[in-house]
Design a protein around this ligand. Structure first.
Ligand code: DP6
Length: 336
């Protein structure tokens, strides 16, 4: 976060990562980055990205710095271009300026801990702020979606639902809050089984699933049922139903990944061992349920009073480096 400011307009934002309970995999429109299915997630307090955006007069091109190292700028510039477009409509100076974007994550990047979700949500809030725009949360969610589909949900805290939408321009593909985190304070224990970068990123993986898996049509057909049931479980604060459905939807996603050609195998041995450990806890009467994204980490949903026991059980699983407890997190916000 030491880049030159040069009198440009700056804003800093923090956005928290999220974990989908009903997952997004597959795009309706790749250019607009609209999802083929809706999704429901919880935002995580313990994992976040801080991003500073500065529009700099005279800067030749956008720059992206992640933890002090230069990073790829294509998706970032795409989001910045949309912000510049909004700014141009209002005659704001940021419309004509390139930007310096500096980010830090407080967790490993690119290993299935949703750094793109928190990253693009923080970028949307910081870029809009630096440009002098005051956009409603729905617009910020759409902006974040252009960077990464899951980021649309990280604009919100607690429980969020992303709508797949049907509009040709993507204007109804946004997330909104379903429930504030105070209204149902669940806990997620994150078991980290690997610190390295994952092999196939989500964007490529989901396009391959769409193109090759015979399960893809069934994935699309069954999504609305899962969304309806998850909304009902959240409305009724029915933890067993939420947990069972989360595991089911997660395993359905991984069945789709496994039947993609070439196969997307995101699990390692510790991932599988952690899944069995969670099922063993449940057999002993402790309600805990796993979910896994496009990476080897295992996220375990539980009630706050059981978090320490779940953490202890996961820490004993061979190959689990660390088990981190997280409460549900807040919406993305400006840090100044
Ligand atoms: C498995 O949001 O990373 O985590 O829109 O192509 O950037 P892009 O994909 P991304 O995909 C997330 C996939 C997932 C499930 C989820 O978060 O819903």
């Amino acid at each position: 976060m030491d880049q030159p400011i040069d009198g440009g307009a700056t804003a800093v934002a923090r956005a928290h990562s999220n974990i989908a309970l009903v997952k997004y995999w597959g795009k309706r429109d790749a250019t607009l980055n609209t999802p083929a299915v809706g999704s429901i997630s919880v935002t995580l307090d313990a994992l976040y990205t801080d991003t500073r955006v500065t529009f700099v007069p005279g800067l030749a091109a956008d720059e992206f710095w992640l933890a002090g190292c230069r990073g790829p700028v294509t998706r970032i510039s795409h989001v910045l271009d949309l912000v510049r477009g909004h700014a141009a409509g209002l005659g704001l100076p940021a419309a004509g300026h390139s930007a310096i974007v500096s980010s830090t994550n407080n967790f490993p990047t690119g290993a299935g801990l949703a750094s793109s979700a928190s990253g693009f949500a923080a970028l949307a809030v910081a870029a809009a702020g630096a440009a002098g725009l005051s956009l409603p949360a729905r617009e910020l969610s759409i902006l974040a979606r252009h960077g990464s589909g899951s980021a649309a949900r990280s604009i919100f805290g607690g429980f969020a639902e992303m709508h797949a939408g049907t509009a040709a321009d993507g204007s109804d593909a946004y997330a909104e809050e379903l429930l504030d985190r105070e209204e149902w304070p669940l806990t997620v224990v994150v078991a980290i089984t690997e610190h390295g970068e994952k092999s196939i990123n989500s964007t490529i993986g989901m396009n391959e699933s769409k193109a090759t898996s015979p399960f893809y049509p069934a994935w699309l057909d069954s999504a609305d049922d899962d969304l309806d049931e998850m909304r009902a479980a959240i409305r009724d604060r029915d933890f067993a139903r939420l947990g069972e459905l989360s595991e089911y939807n997660c395993l359905k996603l991984h069945a789709l990944m496994l039947t993609t050609r070439p196969a997307l195998i995101y699990w390692n041995a510790a991932t599988v061992a952690a899944m069995h450990a969670v099922r063993a806890l449940r057999a002993q009467g402790l309600p805990a349920y796993f979910t896994i994204d496009a990476g080897p980490q295992v996220k375990v949903l539980c009630l706050p009073g059981d978090a320490a026991a779940v953490q202890q059980a996961l820490a004993l699983v061979p190959g689990v480096h660390e088990a981190r407890i997280s409460a549900l997190g807040p919406a993305a916000y400006r840090l100044e």
